[in-house]
Design a protein around this ligand. Structure first.
Ligand code: PLP
Length: 426
């Protein structure tokens, strides 16, 4: 072997995996087992006391899931990762390590609709208070910082309009405030953007979307960048204080630059329980092998479709950062030079009714609530994913009544354009 560092496509196929040592199986086996036999009583005690690494029970860790964790760690350039049952589970587990009841976190208002719900309602019942900021106005993040702020949460490419977030500018605010920056990198995938290279301390994903990529398996992952010092000012007691569950060890002191990933596993996943099925880990790993090929095709198709829509007389506007005329094109060139993703919105001159009619006439596009599938998808956010918001909040989050969201798949672009053309012809 040469000592060159493997490139992204090589890592997407190989990172974390090797032929199975007992059977020689080349694909990563599905270790469909709940539990693992201990060598002896001492071995069992050392695993339970976090004195040794090893498998105990699939709620805490599993060898198939471990390959997925290593692979995404390599692709994102982090120190360690933890796979969980869904993107939403990843968000709960991350914030549980950071916030005590009464604490706050700042979140960009342009977010996946489910995250807006989770932050506004479910998290409130835990005593975690979200404070909204506007990613187009970096000063709004600065103004939102208080002594109770424990984290900042943004999306790299934001739902639903595909806008590009200035990660470096917001990371500067986080650094000044002494809190970690969490980046949801679901819509970009590490193929397009690696948030850790731009100052993110924690990356989360819904693996359900582009990483798995085939619309068949839910999953989520948390990647620790290893960049944040959790001992400062006693702000993060889960990481800096002695843990009664583990004979009084301090996670930061013991695990250093991957302490956050460990905390998510041994305090979050162990006690909250949203474990990823090894079968889903296998499906997602298989998906990741073709991530670079798929993502490039997704982006190239999306650009062609966005250009077609921008020239169509029934279309009022197209919000796709890959278009030279788009407000976010400068940021797209800086953060996502290979392509601006495949999820974007456009608005119709005919308003709400035209949106509903378009969705019903499309044949190749599936009308459903997902993104990042091989298949092209369409949804009308105002009546579905963002329906819980009032009208002003809908417009602010990019989901006004006339807006249609597309997730462009990897079909032939000519077929996608033909389908849109017939549906727009009315
Ligand atoms: C889908 C999605 C989530 C939630 O992920 P699940 O796997 O559905 O729980 C979070 N963030 C973004 C950007 C998403 O697209």
């Amino acid at each position: 072997m040469s000592d060159r560092l493997p490139g992204f496509s090589t890592l997407a196929v190989h990172a974390g995996a090797q032929p199975d040592p007992t059977t020689g199986a080349r694909a990563t086996p599905i270790y469909q087992t709940t539990s693992f036999v201990f060598n002896d009583a001492d071995h069992a005690a050392s695993l339970f006391g976090l004195q040794a690494f090893g498998n105990i029970y699939t709620r805490i860790g599993n060898p198939t899931n471990a390959v997925l964790e290593e692979r995404v760690t390599a692709l994102e350039g982090g120190t360690a990762a933890l796979a969980v049952a869904s993107g939403h589970a990843a968000q709960v587990v991350v914030l549980q390590q950071l916030l005590q009841p009464g604490d706050e976190f700042i979140a960009a208002r342009k977010l996946y609709g489910g995250s807006i719900n989770q932050f506004s309602h479910a998290f409130k019942s835990f005593g975690w208070n979200v404070v909204w900021a506007d990613s187009d106005d970096i000063a709004s993040f600065e103004r939102a910082v208080t002594p109770r702020t424990k984290a900042i949460f943004i999306e790299s490419i934001a739902n639903p309009g595909g806008s590009i977030t200035d990660i470096e500018a917001i990371s500067t605010v986080a650094r000044k405030a002494g809190v970690p920056l969490i980046v949801d990198n679901t819509l970009a995938s590490p193929y397009l953007i690696r948030p850790i290279d731009h100052g993110a301390d924690i990356v989360v994903h819904s693996l359900t979307k582009f990483l798995g990529g085939h619309g068949n398996s839910l999953g989520g992952i948390i990647v620790d960048a290893g960049t944040f010092d959790w001992s400062t000012g006693g702000k993060y007691p889960m990481l800096s204080e002695p843990r009664p569950e583990y004979h009084g060890i301090r996670l930061q002191e013991t695990f250093g630059n991957f302490a956050f990933a460990i905390a998510c596993r041994v305090l979050g996943l162990r006690d909250l329980g949203p474990a990823l099925s090894p079968f889903n880990a296998f499906m997602i790993l298989t998906g990741i092998e073709t991530l670079p090929l798929r993502m490039q095709k997704h982006c190239d198709n999306a650009k062609a479709v966005a250009e077609f829509l921008a020239g169509h007389p029934a279309v009022a506007s197209v919000s796709y950062a890959g278009l030279a005329s788009d407000k976010y094109n400068q940021l797209a060139r800086k953060y996502a030079p290979k392509g601006a993703g495949a999820v974007f919105t456009f608005s119709l001159k005919g308003g709400y009714d035209a949106g509903v009619s378009l969705v019903s006439k499309l044949q190749l596009f599936s009308h459903l609530a997902n993104v990042g599938d091989t298949r092209s998808l369409v949804i009308h956010p105002a009546s579905t994913t963002h329906s819980q918001l009032d009208d002003a909040a809908k417009v602010k989050s990019g989901a006004g009544p006339d807006v249609v969201r597309l997730s462009i798949g990897i079909e032939d672009k000519e077929d996608l354009i033909a389908d849109l053309e017939q549906a727009l012809a009315g």
